[in-house]
Design a binder for this molecule. Structure first.
Ligand code: PXL
Length: 276
């Protein structure tokens, strides 16, 4: 196996199975040296909980990055998820510039919206700043809501391939290189991932489960990053991550007390097998 060092920058939601508590175990299981940079520490994630605590770590980030630079620590890949503020988006841009090895890949999950709406903490100004990070990255993994915000194209619940083509064309016009668009569903019983790479569209379709769970975007992006850095093609990594995410949702479905995240740990073996 290829031993690569990846840095992932996102928050720690202590309870709730998302962001770093998902990314670190999944990337480690994929066989990667995983370095974390927590952007904030929250008692829980912000989806469906009230009264959570937040410790913003913005002021700690420059010192951490400067120490790594001094120690000559650099990365084969930098993968970002939920970032709490505009200032943190700018810090991430600096870190990508200063701590990437030559040829390193930047993978940006613009985790800021779902189901047609921005998450509570974000506004239009945040979206404008996120555009600059997304459009300068090598690979980005938005869902349809995020892609709509990133392009200014209206969000639609029902659409056809022409709508997805329009999103890809607008993202490419803005500078996007490779786009892995999640949650693209053309039929009632199926959903999938649309991939835009080198100007070409491809689509991986799989069954749609009748439940939606929090944190699946983070599971997906982490599994994709793990598979891609282990040498899978963009399309194969997108498909493996989709199959793994389906397994996680299946493993959680039926447990109404577990809607805050997915039980991804018991099925990590499946992901590891797919990476062999
Ligand atoms: O899963 C994305 C995510 C990550 N981190 C925090 C969140 C969310 C989504 O709501 O609130 C803190």
């Amino acid at each position: 196996m290829n031993y690569k060092r990846v840095l992932t920058i996102q928050d720690i939601s202590c309870f709730g199975q998302c962001s770093l508590t998902v990314a670190l175990p999944i990337l480690s299981a994929a066989g990667l040296e995983t370095v974390i940079l927590p952007s904030a520490v929250l008692s829980t994630h912000t989806g469906g909980f009230t009264g959570f605590t937040v410790r913003d770590l913005t002021d700690d980030i420059p010192g951490i990055a400067a120490h790594w630079k001094k120690e000559n620590i650099s990365f084969d890949a930098i993968y970002t998820g939920y970032l709490g503020s505009i200032q943190q988006i700018n810090q991430v841009k600096d870190i990508i510039k200063t701590l990437s090895k030559p040829g390193a890949v930047s993978i940006v999950d613009p985790a800021m919206a779902d189901n047609g709406k921005l998450y509570g903490a974000f506004n239009d100004e945040y979206v404008e700043e996120m555009k600059t990070l997304v459009y300068s990255s090598d690979i980005t993994l938005p869902n349809i809501t995020e892609a709509a915000f990133l392009t200014g194209i209206e969000y639609k619940e029902k659409y056809d391939k022409a709508y997805i083509d329009r999103i890809f064309a607008a993202m490419a016009d803005n500078g996007a290189k490779t786009v892995v668009l999640t949650g693209v569903s053309y039929t009632e019983k199926t959903t999938g991932v649309a991939v835009y790479e080198n100007g070409e569209y491809s689509y991986y379709e799989h069954k749609k489960l009748p439940v939606s769970s929090h944190g699946t975007g983070d599971v997906y992006a982490s599994a994709f990053t793990g598979a891609y850095l282990q040498g899978k093609s963009i399309f194969d990594a997108a498909a493996i991550a989709a199959d793994y995410t389906v397994k996680c949702i299946e493993n959680t479905a039926g447990d109404e007390s577990h809607r805050y995240g997915v039980k991804f740990e018991p099925v990590l073996g499946y992901l590891i097998d797919r990476l062999k």
